[in-house]
Design a protein around this ligand. Structure first.
Ligand SMILES: Nc1ncnc2c1ncn2[C@@H]1O[C@H](COP(=O)(O)OP(=O)(O)OP(=O)(O)O)[C@@H](O)[C@H]1O
Ligand SMILES: [Mg+2]
Length: 289
């Protein structure tokens, strides 16, 4: 357990008991004529890491965005802590005990690393979102507490030495750690991660895996990820999408041995190879920028 695991009085505003469960049922999403998701259901059980995998364009980010209110499903139900979320908005997430990192990084370029992380902490600060955002806490004490929390989160992510730097000046893997610190600082009960390992080296990926396993005592995790070894190592349950449909679900072992999954990934690789071959035929192997 990291330093964030030690609650201090006023932070105990939520109980993350057995009701901290995310349930998405019969989710359909259409973008114009494209069916991005067809009748997909997924449950993140309290205290578990739930992996969401599938080839490119399978619908993973779309389902992730449904879970955080960025995409409204055409039909289907989302239940969090036993309550149906009818009009879920991204701005409500922190209050609901949900934090996320998006595909890519998404830090505010004009704020320091520490300020970026402080923005993520507003659920616990009395200052409120706007003052936290503008770095105008209602009192010096609030500001100090907010800073301390943010520094603890950065320390847990081994990024405290970058606190005063601007995100744009930092290597991509460090930016990803800061984004994770910003999500963790709110002490969410549910953490949503979209491809946290992209752009990471092998050892950084290993550390990320350890970190995810170390936070599951405090929160549930929905993990969208392409790196199979990471997914297989850290997930309790996995849902596999292909072309917007669920093609498999179960434990890592069950999913790994499911022929439908092998076929989906194999088909993807074969398609990519065919595309590459076609491209080199068309333009004589030159690559376009
Ligand atoms: N805003 C949008 N408007 C139109 N189509 C979209 C939109 N977002 C996604 N799609 C389409 O929905 C499908 C699912 O896309 P999605 O981004 O969810 O896939 P993914 O599994 O996250 O892929 P990747 O592994 O590349 O991140 C794709 O066909 C994509 O082109
Ligand atoms: Mg995606």
């Amino acid at each position: 357990m990291g330093p964030l695991a030690q609650p201090t009085g006023s932070q105990l505003t939520h109980d993350s008991g057995p009701t901290a469960r995310l349930e998405m049922t019969g989710i359909n999403v259409a973008f114009g004529g494209v069916l991005a998701l067809t009748d997909v259901s997924l449950v993140v059980e309290p205290g578990q890491v739930h992996g969401l995998i599938g080839p490119n364009g399978a619908g993973k980010t779309t389902l992730f965005n449904v879970a955080c209110g960025l995409v409204r499903p055409t039909s289907g139900r989302i239940t969090w802590r036993g309550e149906e979320m009818r009009r879920l908005r991204p701005s409500q997430l922190t209050k609901l005990g949900v934090a996320r990192t998006l595909q890519g990084v998404g830090l505010f370029p004009g704020m320091t690393v520490l300020e970026n992380v402080m923005v993520g902490a507003h659920r616990h600060g009395k200052a409120g979102f706007l003052s936290a955002f503008l770095a105008l806490p209602s009192s010096d004490k609030d500001e100090r507490l907010l800073r301390e929390r943010a520094m603890r989160a950065l320390t847990e992510l081994n990024a405290e030495r970058y606190a005063g730097r601007y995100p744009g000046s930092l290597p991509y893997p460090v930016q990803k750690r800061v984004a994770l610190a910003r999500a963790l600082v709110a002490e969410p009960d549910l953490l949503l991660l979209d491809e946290p390992a992209s752009g990471l080296a092998e050892d950084e990926m290993h550390e990320l895996g350890e970190l995810i396993r170390s936070v599951v005592g405090r929160m549930s995790v929905l993990l969208v990820e392409h790196h199979m070894d990471l997914v297989m190592r850290v997930c309790d349950q996995i849902t596999v999408l292909d072309s917007g449909k669920q093609i498999a679900a179960g434990t890592p072992e069950q999913v790994q041995n499911d022929p439908a999954v092998t076929e989906a990934y194999l088909g993807d690789a074969v398609d990519a190879e065919a595309d590459a071959a076609e491209l080199s035929n068309v333009d004589g192997g030159r690559t376009h920028g």
